[in-house]
Design a protein around this ligand. Structure first.
Ligand code: KIV
Ligand code: NA
Length: 262
């Protein structure tokens, strides 16, 4: 049975967690969905792990659509979320065009990076039958404006701005939120105070779901891993087992642990 947006909303109501991993091709998409991972994110992190770029800024809509098609062919029933790339939601018109291409490539939902200002795009996309996940906190497409990959919402002003943005987008009709590199306490509070599921990465075990970049959790990304990464390959020694161990650890609440949070 395919995972839908309704399935995942019901999980939050029932207090059950769900798991998300990135994939960019048919083969890994199949393994990840076979392992029981509920949603697959075709992340623009493909700029880093597939293309070898130093940020996600160079990734194009054409590339996102291509990888979404590849993932959709391998998928065995997980919900497919596709990233709107850099500048893809700069205007409401752009957001509509970009989301159209990604949905027609096989996505079930699009993810937009930003803040409260995404509300207009979310409303129009919803009206046209496109569910939206709003990505808040550390938004990597804005790395040049943020001055690096840093934890967001650390001071009181930043924290209340983030909380307000989350509530605004919940009310605007976002189908999900994603928090990246947001302090644990604030992430837990946002998760409690919005109606829709919250996916965390570098956020909190209290979030309704977790996501990791597949290459990170297999321990094959170059360089020093981020604090929030756990290498599930190290303890299993097998790719299929690593995906299953991740899914289980998210669902039983053992990942993330304190050491993965800010
Ligand atoms: O592109 C990506 O993989 C992402 C996740 C890290 C949340 O946006
Ligand atoms: Na992304």
């Amino acid at each position: 049975m395919s995972v839908t947006i309704r399935t995942l909303h019901k999980r939050k109501q029932d207090g059950e967690k769900f798991s998300v991993l990135t994939a960019y091709d048919a083969c890994f998409s199949r393994l990840i969905s076979d392992a029981g991972v509920d949603a697959i994110l075709v992340g623009d992190s493909l700029g880093n792990v597939i293309q070898g770029q130093t940020s996600t800024v160079p990734v194009t809509l054409e590339q996102m659509a291509y990888h979404t098609e590849c993932v959709a062919r391998g998928n065995q029933g997980s919900l497919i979320i596709a990233d709107v790339p850099f500048m893809g939601a700069a205007t409401v018109e752009r957001a509509l065009e970009t989301a159209t291409a990604l949905m027609q490539a096989g996505a079930n939902m699009v993810k937009l990076e930003g803040s409260a200002w995404l509300a207009d795009s979310i409303e129009i996309l919803n009206r046209n039958g496109i569910p939206v996940c709003a990505h808040l906190g550390l938004t990597p497409q804005a790395v040049n404006a943020l001055g690096g990959y840093r934890v967001q919402g650390k001071d009181d002003a930043g924290a209340s701005e983030l909380l307000e943005a989350a509530k605004t987008l919940d009310q605007a009709g976002a189908a999900m939120l994603l928090l990246e590199c947001v302090p644990r306490e604030l992430s837990a509070r946002i998760t409690r105070e919005v109606s829709v599921p919250v996916i965390g990465i570098g956020a909190a075990p209290e979030c309704d779901a977790q996501v990791l970049v597949m290459h990170d959790m297999l321990g094959i990304s170059p360089g020093k891993p981020a604090r929030f990464v756990k290498d599930f390959m190290a303890e299993t020694g097998d790719i299929r087992a690593a995906f299953k161990a991740y899914d289980l650890a998210v669902k039983d609440g053992s990942f993330p642990a304190d050491e993965h949070c800010f």
